[in-house]
Design a protein around this ligand. Sequence first.
Ligand code: SF4
Length: 436
Amino acid sequence: MLSTKPKFLIRTIGCQMNSFDSSIYLKVLTDYGFEETSEISESSIVLINTCAVRDKSVQKAASCIGEARHLKQEKPNLIICVLGCASELLKDSSHKKKVDYFCGALNSSQADSSFYKLLDDKGFKYKPVSSHSLQLTSKTSHFIPIIFGCNSFCTYCIVPYVRGREKSRPFEDIKREIIQAVSEGATEIILLGQNVNCYGKDFLEKTDFPSLLDKIAIIPGIKRLDFLTSHPREFNKNLLQVMKNHKNIVHRFHFPIQNGDNDILKRMRRGYTVEEYLEKISWIRDIFPIASITTDIIVGFPGESEEAFQNTLELINTAKFDSIYGAVYSPRPLTKASEYADRVPLNVGKERLNKVLEIQKNITRSNILRFQNTNSSVYVIENSNPDSITGKTWEDRLISFKPLDELPKIGQVVEVNVEYIENFKLFGKQIKNGNQ
Ligand code: SF4
């Protein structure tokens, strides 16, 4: 039977914090009797969750809004909501017309009361479906934010202006949400924060991220514990010790350096030098020799000379990252760097980015060979083909493997031997059930 429920579509652009915010709107809409769809044409409400970190993301959001506005000409009752970090920037544009609701990024795990009011005013009735938390990436994986906002004010970044100052969440709230997620079937918990390493700095009674992680790792039922993002400035050996003490914490570090030149790092206001950063990488490698280390690199930052750029290439060759999220600098409104006059031409920035990605491709290719013939704990993410199960290793590598006689469940951890590597992907066979 065809569902008669009104439908909603959420388009999410940007980081995991945005995905988390979208999941909150998803829960509210479910409680108002809506059903999710992927078809904009059958939607009664369209939510566009925007990102302001790059100009490209803002343009993508503008194009999504344009599509929804176009549909509204045929469906005048369509409700259009623009959410997230770029909503303030888009509010003043021509998009204002026909958009019913603008709301910035959330800095709590609740939707703004004005969103409830909008739905009430449009005649929808609130009837909570269940106690479900719904902050899902999949049925077995939950995002749990531990800190909102950022105090760092890196000179290129708009986040502190649009997401506000750091606000850590009390451990009891985090714990309650994790216990609920586990009771609903989650086995993987991904802790989120713009910089998780600043956790607790805003509390009167000081605590820190390693202490929090230590307490979370022992909550029963968590088979895989992950976190994002770790700012190199606050990264310390205590965190590595906690990771070593708990088998369920993954060996994956998203560790954004942003540039390989000390003068540029200073201008970016990152708070560390290349040498300090590389020393921290060596701490990681000492304890987890095959851990995955990924980074962000911005090229073409104002004042980046050819010599400074060569320092970034040298850093990449030394650090041997598993992958790089590279971008050409784009000035963001409100930020300090947008006032810098010594801009690097866009075509130079693009050429530099190509060089970065080319060098990294070879490093990624040779890095992956280290997994050949290793045994790894693997978290199962797909089991529909009984001959080839898909999972991710503790170093966050995708792997396909032949199972033992009993088909492993999604969200289960098993031990797998890596037999060969093809096209950046691991292939192997299960050797035993996991020990968690
Ligand atoms: S640490 Fe810097 S780059 Fe990261 S969110 Fe804060 S201001 Fe932006």
